[in-house]
Design a protein around this ligand. Structure first.
Ligand SMILES: Nc1ncnc2c1ncn2[C@@H]1O[C@H](COP(=O)(O)OP(=O)(O)OP(=O)(O)O)[C@@H](O)[C@H]1O
Ligand SMILES: [Mg+2]
Length: 385
């Protein structure tokens, strides 16, 4: 028996395209005439927007936009952009037939005939409400994680700070007592100077803490790495035990970076807390900052980067533990000592800032964590702060 099915080539190509477009239900695919009126309608468009073909064909596509978008001329702007540039893309709220809204990702492409004349526009729209919701949830979680980490970091700092405040109060009280009992005007003056000096140092400390603790939105600005290091160092000094030395090695003329300074400060503090915790007794933490050219060797990154190395000569990371250190809530520290959020926060920050984070460690020899952040182009000035 000879097969009686029609060979595929005998079906008109246009009919096949039509079948294809009609079969798609996840995308609204339809055509507009050059003035923005609907010319064709597929099953996906009906499913996503709720209109049947006979209800929309001939109507202007502004029908799918919210009243505010229409008032601001968004449909016309999109149409104009597509006609002038050949393509226009948009993301925003769209309205279904029943009045409910969905978050759409839409593309508008010009279609031309053989002579190059515009005969219409192809419109492809996707309902990405779910994707947007998950992205928003992820942002909210990230913000919560950031807050939790900040509290943890403040907790880490507060022990050292309480000690420093106590020292300042001791200076103030003893100087005041001495001044009260002294008859010598010169001595009284010296005591008062001690008091003012200690008070000023206390104010500085609280100011640093307040600026660190303040809840801020992601606040990306062009900053000099040196400034972040200076404020991180002054906080860190209160959290280091006697036997641990902090060394800095900053290359001269480092380029600016464009990141959230508060987050970078917290990431550096966390890396230094980790380094501190890895050192038993005497040791050294080095912060090395250099500018370098990457050519794809670090997670495919290319271009000029500023690398922040936090290096310690502590116990190192066990190879069995290594694959898990960036997991949220993974910690090898005893209860109450670590929450396991520091490195996951650092990882998230590096990714969000278009950079990367790398670890090099050998058991018993120490650890080096390198944070790569993109350098700003040289001709751009620092943001006024
Ligand atoms: N410099 C380091 N030296 C040795 N081990 C390290 C170092 N940095 C991280 N680790 C290991 O990685 C684990 C995870 O680090 P992470 O900073 O995410 O959490 P944590 O320090 O345990 O807790 P948290 O940072 O929330 O206080 C640590 O528990 C530790 O085992
Ligand atoms: Mg940590």
């Amino acid at each position: 028996m000879i097969a009686t099915d029609q060979p595929a080539t005998s079906v008109m190509p246009e009919a096949r395209y039509e079948q294809l477009v009609q079969a798609v239900v996840d995308y609204a695919i339809y055509m507009l005439d050059p003035t923005g009126h609907v010319v064709s309608w597929n099953a996906g468009a009906q499913r996503i927007k709720g209109y049947r073909a006979d209800e929309v064909i001939g109507r202007h596509f502004s029908l799918f936009f919210t009243a505010e978008d229409c008032a601001q001329g968004r449909p016309e702007r999109l149409l104009l952009q597509a006609l002038e540039q050949g393509v226009a893309q948009d993301e925003g709220w769209r309205v279904r037939k029943d009045g409910t809204q969905f978050w759409a990702l839409a593309a508008l492409d010009v279609i031309r005939d053989e002579q190059g004349r515009i005969i219409g526009l192809a419109k492809v729209t996707r309902d990405i409400t779910d994707r947007r919701d998950s992205a928003l949830q992820l942002d909210a979680m990230r913000a919560q994680l950031f807050q939790a980490q900040k509290l943890e970091a403040l907790g880490q700092l507060s022990g050292g700070l309480a000690h420093d405040f106590n020292n300042l109060l001791t200076i103030i009280l003893s100087s005041a007592r001495l001044a009260l009992t002294s008859q010598d005007p010169e001595r009284i003056r010296r005591m008062l100077e001690h008091i003012v000096d200690a008070g000023q140092r206390g104010t500085q400390l609280t100011q640093q803490l307040l600026s660190f603790a303040r809840h801020r939105q992601l606040n990306v600005a062009r900053i000099a790495p040196v400034d972040v290091v200076a404020s991180t160092r002054s906080l860190m000094e209160h959290a280091l035990p006697q036997g641990i030395e902090l060394v800095e090695q900053l290359q001269a003329n480092l380029p600016a970076i464009e990141v959230d300074a508060g987050q970078l400060q917290m990431v550096l503090l966390n890396l230094m807390f980790n380094a501190r915790d890895a050192i038993e007794g005497q040791g050294r933490i080095s912060l090395v900052i250099e500018c370098m050219q990457l050519v794809g060797e670090i997670e495919g990154l290319q271009g000029r980067f500023v690398r922040f190395d936090v290096q310690d000569d502590g116990q190192g990371i066990d190879p069995q533990v290594m694959p898990r250190i960036f997991e949220p809530f993974f910690t090898t520290k005893p209860f109450g000592k670590g929450t396991g959020l520091g490195l996951s926060q650092a990882y998230g920050f590096a990714r969000q800032s278009n950079g990367a984070i790398r670890v090099a460690s050998a058991s018993g020899k120490g650890t080096c964590i390198s944070l790569y952040l993109p350098a700003c182009p040289e001709d751009q000035p620092l943001t006024d702060r």
